[in-house]
Design a protein around this ligand. Structure first.
Ligand SMILES: Cc1ncc(COP(=O)(O)O)c(C=O)c1O
Length: 349
């Protein structure tokens, strides 16, 4: 059974390995947190303001929203709701892409399901036909990510909707952890009510910089969310996260700033890869996948020796030879690029 391999980073290292907002959260959010009292720690949280603010920001009624302890919990609840479904025959299966975010596979296995991995197509193309062909009567849930992790590449909205429609009533979770940076969203008032097998995941860990507070959301029709509500514990989101969300939703300028930083960072890293002869893929997220071939692990070590952590994916199936690098705050990307040049220069390239 797989387990999440939680990557570490030495204190003080520049963390470009987990796609976080390395600029921190909005200062307005931090002000709110600093004003919280001992009672906030002592009392169970109230969620009304957080639901209203997030619903308003996403343009949906609060009844279409389930706030979770990070999107990880939303993935776990989706897997639990789907895999316990006894209305279909056979041992339950969950479909995930290869490569994909680890938690789909981990949660499916943890809940007793079998994992079916559908490889991405050539040049990481979305394998719509292969996904549809992989569906059997045992399939209970399909996990998709847009923009995709670890490639950063966007998936066309019409392809996602087609998959959801053709496999209904099998649940489809479209994980939009990085949708704040680009790509087309399925959080849409016209779409959600007519697609009761569709769930959309969001996180406030990335663009909003709240990874340490643990705050995510699953969006779906009230009927689609009902089985998840019965699984997620009543006070799953802690008081600090609940208090932070309204302030985070209100500070649109902060998210815009970080989105613009990510755009500029992607331009800088793409240009550096061109200069250095490394292949990379266009990303709609706040990270990029870089193909460093046989040198990948040595480059990751060289960057780590210079205080920069990147995610070495070079030994993982589907991302052989690749590094995944957060492209957020421009100053941090500048440091990365000069360290990358230094490492390759030291290696005589
Ligand atoms: C695709 C994807 N989904 C979900 C998550 C988890 O989000 P959270 O931190 O809100 O649990 C991540 C985190 O890296 C991710 O990359």
């Amino acid at each position: 059974m797989s387990e999440y391999d939680r990557p570490s980073a030495p204190a003080g290292a520049l963390r470009l390995h987990l796609n976080e907002n390395t600029g921190g959260c909005s200062p307005a959010v931090f002000d709110v947190l600093q004003r919280l009292t001992r009672q906030h720690a002592a009392f169970y949280p109230d969620y009304d303001a957080a639901y209203a603010a997030v619903g308003d920001r996403l343009g949906i009624p609060p009844e279409w929203l389930l706030l979770t302890n990070g999107l990880d919990e939303g993935i776990l609840a989706t897997a639990a709701a789907a895999l316990r479904d006894r209305t279909r025959p056979g041992a339950p299966q969950g479909i995930t892409l290869l490569p994909a975010f680890d938690m789909y596979e981990i949660c499916t296995e943890a809940l007793g399901g079998d994992v079916v991995r559908v490889p991405l197509g050539a040049n990481f193309a979305f394998p719509k036909t292969a996904i549809l062909a992989a569906v059997t009567e045992r399939t209970r849930v399909i996990f998709l990510t847009n923009p995709h992790n670890p490639t950063g590449m966007p998936i066309a909205r019409r392809d996602l909707i087609e998959v959801a429609e053709r496999v209904a009533p099998i649940r489809v979770l479209v994980d939009e952890a990085y949708a704040d940076f680009g790509g087309e969203t399925l959080v849409d008032r016209a779409l959600i009510p007519s697609h009761p097998n569709l769930l959309v995941g969001r996180t406030f860990a990335k663009a909003y910089g709240l990874a340490g507070l643990r705050a995510g959301a699953v969006i779906g029709s009230p009927d689609a969310l009902a089985p998840l509500r019965s699984i997620v514990p009543p006070y799953s989101l802690n008081s600090w996260a609940a208090a932070a969300l309204p302030a985070a939703m209100a500070d649109r300028a902060y998210v815009e700033w970080y989105r613009a930083q990510a755009e500029e960072s992607k331009r800088m890293l793409t240009a550096a890869c061109d200069r250095l002869g490394l292949r990379c893929w266009p990303s709609a997220a706040n990270f990029m996948l870089v193909d460093a071939g046989a040198r990948a692990a040595a480059i990751a070590r060289g960057l780590a020796a210079r205080g920069i952590q990147v995610r070495d994916k070079s030994k993982e199936a589907g991302t052989e030879g690749c590094l995944r690098i957060t492209t957020g705050v421009v100053d941090h990307t500048r440091r990365l690029v000069s360290a990358l040049e230094e490492v390759l220069c030291a290696a005589g390239e």
